[in-house]
Design a protein around this ligand. Structure first.
Ligand code: ATP
Length: 267
């Protein structure tokens, strides 16, 4: 038997008869299906048939990062968020001007995008969204989410992040808007102590009763970071099996992260 969790968007109570469910202007989700489903036409139907017929709310994963370079930790995180978070698609959103890296050298946007394209090639649910490319100033996630909401009306946005990023969220530009505009899919990262939602709300300045949607996603702990990969390449050490082979070849071919080929830009 299917368990259905209701979230009323009108002040109505579901009436259940044996084997059937009357649905009147609710969004609901059934265990094992993921996502919220609109059912505004007041029809009476069998629960599972309703799930097939009614429009399912699209869940879009938003995975922001510098991706300098993209590595297997990123890909594993995105894939597990897709599966455990029941996402319809995952948008990789490379930061044009990462706010926390304004003083650092970052590989040109186009090359980071090319490496991403090589890394996700062939995955039907993964795509790159370059929407931060043309925005002037720092790439704030709150602005990115607002733009994505406009472009995907009715979709639920889910921000894909590692535990280090969650801990840093209170330092972001308008973190209150970030958690209002997206639910969070968070995975552990080696060496990072997880923050509790209560402490996060407190740091953001949200009241205790505020609702922050957060799902923990389980991934094998993998201690790969872009910083370590850049250091390895510049020291002539191996990055094999830490990035997709095509990305490794790209780095070699374009002499990224070496002193000879160092054409990173200050963002
Ligand atoms: P850098 O070392 O340059 O800071 P990074 O490896 O942390 O880079 P980013 O592009 O800054 O990669 O990270 C994008 C997102 O991916 C962040 O939310 C980060 O927490 C997450 N992430 C990166 N690497 C891992 C990993 N190994 N395990 C879990 N999450 C990760």
């Amino acid at each position: 038997m299917r368990t259905i969790e209701y979230k009323c968007n009108r002040e109505q109570i579901p009436s259940k008869k044996s084997g059937s469910t009357k649905i009147l202007g609710f969004v609901f989700r059934a265990a094992g299906t993921g996502g919220w489903i609109s059912a505004d036409d007041g029809s009476r139907s069998d629960g599972s048939a309703a799930l097939m017929r009614k429009k399912r709310i699209m869940r879009i994963g938003i995975f922001g990062g510098t991706f300098d370079p993209v590595h297997l930790g990123h890909l594993l995180l995105a894939e597990q968020c897709r599966e455990q978070g029941r996402l319809d698609r995952v948008k990789f959103v490379p930061a044009a001007a990462p706010p926390h890296k304004l003083e650092k050298q970052v590989t040109p946007f186009a090359q980071r995008v090319e490496m991403l394209a090589l890394a996700i090639a062939g995955h039907p649910a993964f795509e790159i969204d370059e929407l931060e490319k043309d925005r002037s100033g720092p790439s704030f996630t709150a602005d990115t989410l607002a733009e994505l909401q406009q472009r995907n009306p009715g979709a639920e946005l889910c921000l894909v992040i590692g535990a280090d990023t969650l801990a840093d969220l209170p330092n972001w530009h308008r973190p209150d808007l970030v958690v209002e505009r997206a639910s969070l899919l968070v995975a552990a990262r080696p060496g990072i102590t997880p923050v509790s939602l209560e402490s996060l709300k407190h740091q953001i300045g949200l009241p205790e009763h505020a609702c922050v949607c957060c799902q923990i996603v389980h991934i094998p702990l993998i201690g790969i970071s872009s910083t370590d990969l850049r250091t390895r390449v510049s020291a002539g050490r191996s990055i094999r099996f830490q990035v997709p082979r095509a990305v490794e070849c790209y780095i070699e071919q374009h002499q990224l992260y070496t002193s000879q080929g160092h054409d990173a830009e200050r963002v």
